[in-house]
Design a protein around this ligand. Sequence first.
Ligand SMILES: [Zn+2]
Length: 286
Amino acid sequence: MKNPAPAGRVPTDPDLLPLPAWAARHRGEHRQRFLKAADLLAGAAAEVLALALPVECVCCGREDLAICAGCERRLRLLTRYPFRAESAAPALMDTDGSILLPVVAAGIYREELAQSVLAFKRHGQGQLRAVLANALGRAIAAVAAGDRGIVLVPVPSSNSAYRKRGFSPVHLLLAQALRSSSLDGISCQDTLRKVRITGVPGTLAGGQKGLGRGDRARRVRGSMRAVRRRSKGGLLGCPCIIVDDVLTTGATLAEAARAVHQAGGIVRGAVVLAATRAPDAPPSPT
Ligand SMILES: [Zn+2]
């Protein structure tokens, strides 16, 4: 295989792989017991309780906040320059090399950025939310380039992921990013929904791990649709940017773009927090 990703360092699909040890080590057993009790409380009360407990940095393990000052600084550096990422995502490039969907990533999925994204997707820590939302907001601002008419459309979590986590990481980050003044005037329409698809072997069970490009694309095709919201005018005629957390093959973004286009939206491109590979990157050292 060309450019094999080293196991545990650059996962091919972070939603589908087991969490590496560093992503889960920030909570001791005593904290887990407290958190189990906290689950019984309402969300706000649980957050207050969590604040009173010792926390370790999700990146380096130092007892501090959810991310320590040094790791937060490195994360900011990793997301300083949003970049075009579609050329490393096979589902977003045509066979003749032309671009099917332009994507801007806030950073490469590695080191502090990968650790923070994984930890946030698992536990939704408020501090990580603020740091990651800033990075996402910078990438969105770079794409929108002052166009106030842009409509952001988040990619929906799968139903099973939502049930497991109890929240949608992309929606939380996007809501926070939209509070930033740099995105003034930009709106968001949460109109995409997952659809159960039938007729494709293996569609309803199991993950996508180990599937090739064609298999993945076939599995997600037709898996989303845009619902029309009465309070808003829908996507018809709106310039849209699709927003997701991590870009891997691009099959999910391609499907989201298809659904937005079908609902009449004008797809300008997509923004992700992190791309698993840099365009034309040399093979990662093992
Ligand atoms: Zn740290």
